[in-house]
Design a protein around this ligand. Structure first.
Ligand code: PMP
Ligand code: GLN
Length: 382
């Protein structure tokens, strides 16, 4: 392995999922749902396969999906993107992020990201030869907010891109309007491109609403906005994602994307178009169910003796096992499957500065109620 990739030899999800299998544990580590997406979407994928949509689709994605993505953003956020020059279909949000970073970041230039960060960010920046600058979230009551002083300090003449993830994995935080406004101000002041990872855009709780950074004044022209079907439509295995932004930024991501995978998988793209056009009511119900699951798992964690952080969105809730006598999250997660048959993920693996996150553990609640109930029963034996 080349030196720049050596720190990234295995992912925490593979490690914890393997432990979960080995100990027949309830896997609340890797974030994926255990029920399927809308029936019309599943049927559309089967139709696409049986009606001959099995060869290379266009490199930028099938027109039906690009148009559905453009329509979706117009309807939900008033963001107008041209389906031909301003939308690119990718192999999940993961490839969208990689395409954006590899296409935009010169070696040696800096990418600002919020810490803790989704694990692919650091590896992708390393592949591009870029340098990451992390800005921590800080605990605020039972939630988190951005450290705005550190944010301003992170921007400078060498900043190329800021990678913004809200709603945020792993903490379940929705960045406040003030945080978004400050990011926008800094992007404009330092002429920096924002790459926004909005894969949880429809999974917010307690009446919260999602604001894309691209909707702020002066930001549409400097933002590559990324989302994915995975979390919205319970199809993490389909790997259909997309990027929207001004033509020259989308072209940069496209230049990289076309030599990473060339094209995405054909039959799933028209099926996701069907879902974007017709199944947002299904998504609203699914988000309401997810909110109830958040409550179930939060109560179970509280009852088991954890201190629990507020989860405002996503699939995840973070908990502190120190009241139970465990102060190292990595150690806690490595032994949890064997001890009680539950898998979780330590938050410190998503951070460069591990100290503030050392104890913290992330649990996924995107699971059937009976699965959460079984996990709750096992957690109470801690
Ligand atoms: N970004 C975040 C914040 C995620 O949690 C995930 C994992 N679902 C991804 C990107 C990757 O998304 P995809 O599966 O569409 O590649
Ligand atoms: N996004 C999901 C998570 O954070 C899955 C990640 C993965 O498997 N790479 O758990």
């Amino acid at each position: 392995t080349v030196e720049r990739l050596r720190p990234f030899s295995s992912t925490i999800f593979a490690e914890m999922s393997a432990l979960a299998v080995a100990h027949d544990a309830v896997n609340l580590g890797q974030g994926f749902p255990d029920t399927d997406g809308p029936a019309s979407m599943l049927a559309a994928a089967k139709d696409a396969i049986s009606t001959g949509h099995n060869q290379y689709p266009p490199g930028i994605g099938v027109p039906a999906l690009r148009h559905a993505v453009a329509r979706h953003q117009r309807e939900h956020y008033g963001l107008d993107y041209d389906a031909d020059s301003e939308v690119l279909i990718t192999v999940g949000a993961t490839e969208a992020i990689a395409g954006a970073i590899v296409g935009l970041v010169e070696p040696g230039r800096e990418v600002v990201m919020i810490e803790p960060y989704y694990d692919s960010y650091a590896a992708t920046v390393a592949m591009a030869g870029g340098v990451r600058r992390v800005v921590p979230l800080i605990a605020d009551g039972d939630g988190f907010r951005l450290d705005r002083e550190r944010l301003a300090d992170a921007f400078g003449p060498n900043t190329s891109v800021v990678l913004v993830n809200s709603p945020h994995n792993p903490t379940g935080t929705v960045l406040s309007d003030d945080d978004l406004a400050e990011i926008a101000r800094l992007c404009i002041e330092h002429d920096v491109v924002a790459v926004t990872d909005e894969v949880y855009e429809h999974l917010l709780f307690d009446g919260r609403t999602h604001t894309p950074l691209a909707t702020l004044p002066g930001m549409r022209e400097r933002t590559l906005r990324i989302s994915s079907a995975a979390k919205t439509f319970n199809c993490t295995g389909w790997k259909v994602g997309w990027i929207s932004g001004p033509p020259e930024l989308v072209a940069a991501a496209r230049a990289a994307k076309q030599f990473m995978t060339y094209v995405g998988s054909g039959p799933f793209q028209p099926a996701v178009a069907v879902a974007l056009d017709n199944e947002m009511e299904w998504v609203r119900k699914s988000a309401a169910e997810l909110e109830a699951k958040r409550d179930l798992l939060t109560s179970a964690l509280v009852d088991s003796g954890f201190d629990v952080h507020r989860s405002e969105a996503t699939y995840f809730v973070c908990a502190d096992p120190r009241p139970l006598g465990y102060d190292d999250g990595v150690e806690f997660c490595r032994t949890l499957p064997e001890r009680i048959g539950v898998a979780a993920v330590p938050v410190s693996v998503f951070a460069d500065d591990k100290e503030p996150w050392k104890h913290m553990v992330r649990f996924a609640f995107s699971k059937r109620d009976d699965v959460i109930a079984e996990a709750a029963r096992r957690l109470r034996t801690l």
